[in-house]
Design a protein around this ligand. Sequence first.
Ligand SMILES: C[S@@+](CC[C@H](N)C(=O)[O-])C[C@H]1O[C@@H](n2cnc3c(N)ncnc32)[C@H](O)[C@@H]1O
Length: 290
Amino acid sequence: MMFHQPVMIEETLGMLNVKQNGTYVDATVGLGGHAYGILSRLGGDGRIVGMDRDDNALKIAFERLGNKRVHLAKGSFSSMDRILASFGVMEFDGVVFDLGLSMMQLKDLGRGFSFNSTERLDMRMDQEQSLSAWDVVNRYQEKALEKILREYGEERLALKIAKAVVSKRKQAAIDTCAELAETVSAVYGYRGKIHPATRTFQALRIEVNRELDELGKGLSAAASGLRNGGRVCVISYHSLEDRIVKNFIRDGAKSGVLRNLTKKPLTPRLEEIKKNPASRSAKLRGAEKI
Ligand SMILES: C[S@@+](CC[C@H](N)C(=O)[O-])C[C@H]1O[C@@H](n2cnc3c(N)ncnc32)[C@H](O)[C@@H]1O
């Protein structure tokens, strides 16, 4: 499962249009799947810089990609400029963002991302960061909680859930993922096909990891570092991310900096979704620097 097929790999590599001797950036190297695909298309003078906020993912990527043409570093893609500069890279021919969580983060015990688990609420991609989901759930004021649930979870019961969380934690801290999931389920009072806590967990993850802010900054850094003719490819997994990517490309096209390569986002083929259900919400968009 670790080395499962990376999401939309053929589509991404095709869109990147990898040049043999080019320099490529994998902004979310994860377990190294996309980087490995790029590496297999590069010639002797080509190179890759990969980054990730997650130490555990990087360790696996190091093992898998160990190659003198691959440079890997721990860090956020919002600081891409600094990371690239540390390897002497000032511009590049292509960059990939595969947003969201790696399989390992989802399945790894102790990371506190999954609502079925009795793990402590955590959700930090970077385990050196101090803010965790526990802090948000147990320390944020009701108003702030409601705002996050509404904006980042697009949760229609944001106010009710925020109130339920605050009243529950007055009795005792909400420590585990399962406790939070139960609190949210009780507000809904029923269970449909999708777990009622799905949107709450998405909202917390976005808040803890500052995901939308990161994405905006990462995309700007990508646009300024790309060589003319270079391409940026982004795979996103929920509508808030996709909107940011779409607007970024639209604005870049308006100001004559980017050419939109995907009027409509590409989505995985049915066979891929069957093999890897986690890919079902993926949307791939791309643009070329002009
Ligand atoms: C879906 S996984 C990438 C999987 C990878 N493409 C592969 O084929 O193995 C997303 C990765 O992005 C990382 N990540 C998310 N936000 C990040 C950010 N702002 N900066 C750096 N890495 C980030 C996560 O830690 C995770 O490992």
